[in-house]
Write a new protein. Structure first.
Length: 293
């Protein structure tokens, strides 16, 4: 399939990119292209102008910043950069698990975390993981920069609170702290496929070994990526006990609202939310306790 014709611009700075978005109504940013180009080829998206941000220097970073207490991820950090990062493997296992399960090597070589966050596909893995991680999104637009908590980002399928002239320049994740760990569980029909269901979990334990904080995000379990808030709140302050994990998994299932499609019927998907939440929480706890999982 061939996309409709479009104009192409390759700005060299964020401010030039914002200017182009302001000048051309309905312009679209091109990052990895692995969600946008398939839509254009199917003519489900027909942007008149593409603003390719790949030539803006200095946006491909993943680095810890103690001053703001965040892991900072630039808009051009690609899925593969997480997969190959010792920092991510050793200190951010939730992100490491997530990156390694996305698509296939071709997709991971080009696709970006920021692009996936902005695209707002409920079937995408990053948003669920980042909801568990309590991430923030930095957006630059004509009025300057603003920071949006990812829990406030998603409105509906493929729809966020981002304005058309705004560009996601950075995603921020709280720095790994002692006694914390995360995990991502993904059920797929075959290697390289989108998730039937995915679940991200991030746990911090207190000094007694009880759960101080829990984050749980659900992928492909509803019209948007879902933060399982009742399950998170239930776990806070509780001992790590199978009954508590099971109850949190049940609450996560209650938060889900999947549809019946070629990846399975609703009851099956809800059962998978429950089981994958259980598994993700168990692995996150093991990692927070310093074990390998
Ligand atoms: C065969 C295949 C399999 C895949 N499997 C999976 C999978 O298993 N799991 C998964 O999560 N994803 C999967 N994907 C999607 C892939 O991860 C995409 O790369 C990702 O969702 C979007 O990132 P991108 O950089 O490619 O964005 P693009 O395709 O370039 O852009 C996507 C959308 O986001 C906007 N955008 C991009 N960057 C920004 C920005 N910085 N600021 C504001 N808006 C922006 C674009 O304008 C566009 O509307 C798959 C894709 C393919 C083709």
């Amino acid at each position: 399939m061939i996309p409709a014709s479009f104009r192409y611009a390759a700005p060299r700075s964020i401010s030039d990119a914002v200017d182009l978005l302001r000048t051309y109504e309905d312009a679209k940013i091109l990052a990895g292209g692995h969600s946008l180009l398939p839509l254009m080829k199917l003519r489900l998206a027909n942007p008149p102008v593409l603003v390719d941000i790949n030539r803006i220097p200095g946006l491909a970073y993943i680095r810890e910043d103690a001053e703001i207490g965040r892991l900072r991820v630039g808009a051009l950090a690609r899925h593969i950069d997480f997969e190959h990062s010792d920092l991510i493997r050793e200190r951010y296992p939730l992100l490491w698990d997530t990156a390694r399960g996305i698509g296939d090597p071709l997709v991971r070589n080009r696709g970006t975390m920021a692009g996936a966050v902005a695209h707002a596909d409920p079937a995408a893995d990053w948003p669920a993981a980042l909801l568990a991680a309590e991430a923030e999104v930095v957006a630059s637009g004509p009025d300057g920069e603003r920071v949006i908590e990812i829990r406030d980002l998603y409105i509906a399928i493929l729809t966020t609170v981002l304005q058309p002239q705004e560009l996601v320049t950075e995603v921020r994740v709280p720095l790994a702290v002692p006694r914390s760990g995360g995990a991502y569980e993904k059920l797929e029909r075959k290697v390289g496929d989108y998730a039937v269901i995915g679940v991200g979990a991030q746990i911090t334990l207190d000094e007694s070994g009880n759960i101080a904080q829990a984050g749980i995000g659900l992928c492909n379990a509803g019209p948007t990526s879902i933060k399982a808030i009742d399950a998170e709140e239930f776990l806070a302050g509780k001992p790590v006990a199978p009954d508590n994990i099971n109850e949190a998994a049940r609450l996560a299932m209650e938060a889900s609202d999947p549809v019946d499609d070629d990846r399975g019927p609703v009851d099956y998907k809800r059962a998978m939310v429950r089981e994958l939440t259980r598994r993700a929480l168990r692995r996150a706890v093991t990692r927070a306790q310093g074990g390998a999982a």
